[in-house]
Design a protein around this ligand. Structure first.
Ligand SMILES: *[C@@H]1O[C@H](CO)[C@@H](O)[C@H](O)[C@H]1NC(C)=O
Ligand SMILES: *[C@@H]1O[C@H](CO)[C@@H](O)[C@H](O)[C@H]1NC(C)=O
Ligand SMILES: *[C@@H]1O[C@H](CO)[C@@H](O)[C@H](O)[C@H]1NC(C)=O
Ligand SMILES: *[C@@H]1O[C@H](CO)[C@@H](O)[C@H](O)[C@H]1NC(C)=O
Ligand SMILES: *[C@@H]1O[C@H](CO)[C@@H](O)[C@H](O)[C@H]1NC(C)=O
Ligand SMILES: *[C@@H]1O[C@H](CO)[C@@H](O)[C@H](O)[C@H]1NC(C)=O
Length: 460
């Protein structure tokens, strides 16, 4: 905050000099102009390093505080029937420990388990670690179980692309985080809105940034509480991850998302059925017919395994694949780190908007013609939308599994794998080549996320 105020004072003084035609000061005329722009943009475009310099360990730059404090009672203007932002008091003792799998033996999780009643949750054993190499038995059954990680299997209940050619569904995972506001300021200056897949632990840490995202017209969706590969978790653990994240979003914003994304895209028919039973439609990122996943690999730059130029080469492949596809696509990016935010602001988003013909950057719900009101339980009016009728996160929680109209029954898990999963939908195999990034991404991103979290502890 101090830095922002100092910058503003400097810009005002420099501007006065410029008007008088005087010398622009110690940084020269161009720097002066850039600084005037930076005040208008809400971030300093000169702060984005050259691509070759975007690498793990680069010097950190300015973080930006939320631009405005939205008081309880505010409503976003992006959709008409939004409820008011409630009063939220950060009290970490009300919530599971940050970045740890929430315990399953709590009344909340027992209550959320009851949402699975009446739904067919396939009896697929948890995978060893969410990777193909770590669980050859599960990998062999990937097609049968609709396991995206090993072969790109999807069901027609999944949102996997945007229908219209040259349309890019923009998504940022794992925040909100200290550089999220810089990204929001950039997108505001370019009139771009995106879908944010929110980690519950980060929402607890940075509730004001979550409010900023929502109030600026971006879509808010559930990621998880502690970012595990969900296929490796028990059904109760998955319910806990989704339930707590859904709840903290609801407590901060007053809305309950009807969509979710699995960390690492690690989704199979069991995870899918649990998410849908809890009223959340899974959203993946796109795989091109060539097998290329539309993962910008920005997280690998933050993790130190590639540098910015490598990442842009991958991104260029994504764009050139996208130009020959009949449909639009969804791209994976992250707002967790300064590096991933700088890559988006300085390189990937401009590359798409400057492309000829330009790509249309849209929110994922928007590009799929889903009204923003359908993105949340409280405002959805479409009774056939998969999330309709889902328990909203403010429903009273029965204590220890007992509540009005709810019985203390164990959730019945039925094996529907012979019908190709929860919806009986057909699977699609995108023929992902062996050596697909997802087979070794988990430990890397896990280390990145852990290092990032350690860094955040000292940052503020
Ligand atoms: C799509 O991506 C693959 C993998 O990077 C690449 O080999 C191929 O040339 C790309 N296709 C087009 C049309 O750019
Ligand atoms: C309601 O949702 C369903 C399922 O997503 C969709 O097919 C239908 O077009 C939607 N109806 C309206 C009026 O938006
Ligand atoms: C949420 O659920 C509670 C309890 O079932 C209900 O009273 C309330 O009206 C619901 N709120 C919304 C916005 O749907
Ligand atoms: C609910 O049922 C389970 C399984 O029978 C039992 O272990 C648990 O004690 C019951 N909980 C309560 C609060 O009665
Ligand atoms: C589930 O069904 C499939 C297909 O019928 C079968 O191969 C598998 O053994 C079943 N799993 C369990 C745990 O019953
Ligand atoms: C399951 O999906 C596979 C791949 O699409 C298909 O070959 C098979 O017939 C399906 N099985 C059933 C029972 O629908």
């Amino acid at each position: 905050m101090m830095k922002l105020q100092a910058l503003t004072v400097f810009v005002v003084i420099a501007h006065a000099h410029a008007l008088k035609g005087e010398h622009a000061g110690p940084f020269g005329k161009h720097a002066n102009i850039a600084r005037q722009q930076s005040a208008a943009l809400g971030y300093d475009p000169n702060s984005i390093p050259p691509l070759t310099a975007i690498t793990s360990g680069m010097a950190t730059g300015t973080t930006y505080a939320p631009t405005a404090t939205f008081s309880p009672g505010s409503k976003p203007t992006a959709f008409s029937n939004a409820p008011q932002i409630p009063t939220f008091t950060v009290n970490p003792t009300d919530w599971p420990a940050m970045d740890k799998p929430p315990p399953t033996d709590t009344p909340q999780v027992q209550a959320w388990m009851l949402e699975l009643e009446g739904h067919n949750i396939p009896d697929i054993p948890p995978t060893v670690d969410g990777t193909c190499g770590g669980d050859p038995t599960a990998a062999a059954a990937a097609e049968q179980n609709g396991w995206w990680t090993c072969g790109g299997w999807t069901r027609d209940t999944d949102i996997i692309d945007c229908p219209d050619k040259m349309t890019w569904g923009v998504s940022f995972d794992d925040g909100p985080a200290p550089y999220t506001q810089k990204l929001l300021n950039y997108m505001n200056s370019k009139d771009i809105t995106a879908t944010f897949f929110v980690v519950g632990s980060r929402a607890l840490q940075y509730p004001d940034l979550l409010i900023e995202e929502y109030m600026a017209g971006h879509e808010i969706s559930v990621h998880t509480w502690a970012h595990p590969p969900l296929t490796s978790r028990s059904t109760a653990q998955i319910v806990a991850e989704l339930g707590w994240t859904r709840l903290i979003i609801q407590k901060i914003l007053g809305i309950t998302p009807t969509t979710m994304r699995s960390p690492y895209g690690d989704l199979d028919d069991r995870v899918r059925a649990i998410a849908l039973a809890m009223g959340m439609i899974p959203i993946q990122w796109t795989r091109a017919p060539s097998g290329l996943t539309f993962d910008t690999n920005d997280w690998r730059v933050a993790g130190g395994t590639v540098i910015g130029t490598d990442q842009m080469a991958i991104f260029d492949s994504i764009l050139s694949n996208a130009t020959v596809m009949d449909n639009g696509f969804i791209v994976l990016q992250h707002d967790l780190f300064e590096i991933t935010v700088d890559l988006a602001i300085g390189y990937t988003l401009p590359a798409a908007t400057n492309h000829q013909p330009p790509f249309q950057l849209q929110r994922i719900g928007q590009c799929n013609n889903i009204p923003m009101s359908n993105m949340y339980v409280e405002t959805n009016t479409n009774t056939t939308f998969p999330g309709a009728g889902a328990t909203n996160a403010t429903s009273p929680l029965p204590t220890a599994g007992h509540g009005p109209g709810l019985s203390n029954t164990t959730v019945s898990i039925t094996n529907t794998s012979s019908a190709n999963g929860s919806s009986g939908a057909t699977a699609t195999n995108e023929n992902v080549p062996t050596g697909d990034a997802t087979t070794f991404s988990l430990p890397v991103l896990g280390a990145v996320v852990a290092a990032g979290f350690a860094a955040f502890a000292t940052m503020f």
